[in-house]
Ligand binder design. Structure first.
Ligand SMILES: Cc1cc2nc3c(=O)[nH]c(=O)nc-3n(C[C@H](O)[C@H](O)[C@H](O)COP(=O)(O)O)c2cc1C
Length: 217
């Protein structure tokens, strides 16, 4: 698939079919993800792929933790967002709202509980970094995540990055035997998109380029 088309079409998927994803296909996606650039080619990413009944157990664990502790998806900001930034989140909510209304779902519950369930995807990928690295190296994980979501789309699969799970890092590390000297940076739901679900109908827009680019000529 043409790269331009992959970039134009990709979007986060929040309803998946139950069909399992063959291991070779997951390997192909990860193989493409690790072609991302990284500082000094240190490749600081570490992936844990969770499948089958283990993925269901992980989802149940996260749902239980969420219901006990109620830590929600958040902007990850150090203070209140200025208006021009918070409107971006509101636009995203507005885009999703008709689909949620059609399904009779509440936004907060859908996003928080859905994230804990990896939106029903058969595959959950947990991406970690060795804590030896400074936060500057998170950008390498971001690059790999970008490659991963594009690779999955080009191979006919859907993804949703799941940042919420980092709030429940201790539970996940315990369950997946991830050592303490690793930090969970992001999770990814991966599977075959359920195109019949209204929730996969909308596509988020982006701010016009002039809002985010400054030229210094
Ligand atoms: C670092 C990161 C964390 C995210 N965490 C979540 C999450 O916890 N739950 C969720 O539903 N979507 C999550 N997303 C997906 C974003 O909501 C989505 O990328 C954004 O709304 C833009 O939409 P698009 O991916 O369809 O273009 C996350 C995306 C990124 C990059």
């Amino acid at each position: 698939m043409e790269l331009d088309l992959v970039i134009a079409e990709r979007k986060s998927i929040r309803a998946f079919k139950k069909d399992p994803v063959p291991r070779e296909l997951i390997e192909e996606i990860l193989q493409r993800a690790i072609q991302a650039p990284s500082a000094m080619n240190l490749q600081p990413w570490e992936f844990t792929v969770v499948l089958g009944e283990e993925k269901e157990r992980l989802s149940r664990l996260l749902l239980r933790s969420y219901r006990e502790r109620r830590i929600s998806c958040s902007p990850g900001a150090k203070g209140p967002l200025p208006a021009e930034l918070s409107t971006r989140g509101e636009k995203s909510f507005e885009a999703m709202k008709p689909s949620l209304d059609e399904l009779g779902l509440d936004f907060e519950e859908f996003i928080n509980e859905g994230s804990c369930r990896f939106y029903g995807a058969p595959v959950a990928i947990i991406i970690c970094i060795n804590k030896i690295f400074s936060h500057h190296r998170y950008i390498c994980i971001g690059a790999a995540l970008g490659y991963l979501v594009l690779a999955a789309h080009s191979l006919g699969l859907g993804t949703c990055p799941i940042g919420l799970i980092t709030a429940y890092e201790d539970d996940i590390k315990d369950f997946l035997h991830i050592p303490d000297d690793r930090e969970i940076v992001i999770g990814v739901a991966l599977g075959h998109p359920d195109w019949d679900s209204p929730i996969n109908r909308f596509k988020n827009s982006r701010e016009p380029l002039e809002q985010v680019v400054r030229w210094f000529d």
